[in-house]
Design a protein around this ligand. Structure first.
Ligand code: ZN
Length: 387
């Protein structure tokens, strides 16, 4: 059964409107004070404006590498969503707790906090590290400044569990993502003199067709990873704009594309192939007409993927906590890829609630999932505590 302590903490954390565009500092200072009350010191890593912060804290011996429990404190907006209740006030109904962030992912943070006094009472032999971030929902931005701090830390966490909603399934991988903005600069001319201009839209179309060719080649030839629903890397163009009116050869065309790659795909090689095509196949023809014409490709976000070996210690350890032997890979991105690739910390994703409820109106977590997370942490206690 879900304990009142967990439910009470979930209610408190949901009560802070930490939509990514807002400050998360009220929530962070609440957590910091709660931890201080347990004798645990917190380190805050703020954003440049000082309006948001990551919180990092170690419970137990500071001189030993321990187990990091990680989550993001921000939530997606509720704007325009038809909620039946106040999204920032937990409502319990039919065995479910409703509220923005109940699944994604304040409940994991709350249940962890609620359990800490028990961990302490039983005496931590292996420490717990808590890492609570901001701005996850807008591209895993916040946690990067925290990860940069790990480089200076004498003791790094030995492993990490990211408590995103997986219905307590153990997730060993998710795809990485790179997103790009492309600007194609043409050269204007009256459309009756089209060959004297450089048509930015047409060259953009060639590059987009090339992206499509690459996507189809990867689909046919792989690499494939059968643990994913879509078993291969995907390449996709999502936005385009360009041109002024029909009788002008367009000067400008902009579009955005992304690829979401599996662990066996080298994202640098893919990016190089795309850049080489633009530079060697398209730009010479453009510049032959006008030297100012050309193509600029900017990477605007890179979220590394997670790809843990199923035999890694963190995988078997977390399976034992979750009481199951299976593992899976998921379509959605998390901070786990950054912890693995940028901080070198073996990481899996495992947390209460379902991704099916995330980001939707009337988001909820079942009390059964709250209870499952408590059991998970009880098993962790058995492993890391003295008594
Ligand atoms: Zn999330």
């Amino acid at each position: 059964m879900a304990t009142p302590a967990s439910i009470d903490m979930i209610e408190r954390l949901i009560g802070f409107d930490t939509t990514s565009r807002e400050s998360n500092l009220e929530l962070i200072s609440y957590v910091r004070e709660y931890l201080a009350g347990l004798g645990v010191e917190s380190m805050l890593v703020h954003n440049a404006e000082g309006t948001k912060a990551n919180l990092y804290a170690t419970v137990g011996d500071q001189d030993k590498p321990g187990i990091m429990l990680s989550g993001h404190t921000d939530v997606v907006p509720v704007d325009g969503q038809p909620w039946d209740t106040d999204p920032f006030k937990v409502v319990e109904k039919d065995g479910k707790l409703y509220g923005r962030g109940t699944s994604d992912m304040k409940s994991f943070i709350a249940i962890t906090l609620a359990k800490l006094p028990e961990f302490q009472a039983r005496g931590l032999e292996t420490p717990l590290h808590l890492a609570f971030s901001y701005d996850e929902e807008i591209g895993c931005i916040g946690v990067r400044t925290l990860i940069a701090k790990f480089a200076d830390m004498p003791i790094k966490p030995a492993m990490c569990i990211v408590g995103e909603p997986t219905s307590m399934q153990v997730i060993t991988g998710h795809k990485g993502k790179r997103s790009y903005q492309v600007r194609v600069r043409g050269f204007e001319a009256h459309s009756s003199l089209a060959p004297r201009g450089v048509n930015a839209i047409e060259f953009a179309a060639r590059l987009i067709a090339k992206l499509r060719d690459i996507a189809e080649r990867i689909q046919d030839e792989g690499p494939h990873d059968e643990l994913y629903d879509v078993t291969h890397t995907t390449v996709h163009t999502g936005v385009i704009s360009g041109g002024t009116q029909l009788n002008i050869v367009p000067l400008d065309c902009r579009f955005e594309f992304e690829f979401r790659y599996i662990g066996d795909q080298d994202p640098d090689a893919l990016e190089t192939e795309i850049r080489d095509y633009a530079a060697n196949e398209l730009e010479p023809a453009m510049k032959a007409i006008h030297p100012d014409a050309g193509i600029t490709i900017d990477c605007v976000n890179h979220m590394p993927g997670l790809d843990m070996n199923a035999n890694d210690e963190v995988v078997t350890f977390v399976k034992s906590l979750a009481g199951r032997n299976d593992h899976a890979k998921v379509a959605f991105g998390t901070e786990a890829g950054l912890f693995q690739t940028r901080a070198g910390i073996p990481t899996v994703v495992c947390g209460p609630g379902s991704i099916d409820q995330a980001h939707k109106p009337n988001e909820f977590i079942t009390l059964e999932q709250v209870s499952a997370a408590e059991t998970f942490l009880d098993r962790l206690m058995d492993r890391v505590c003295e008594a």
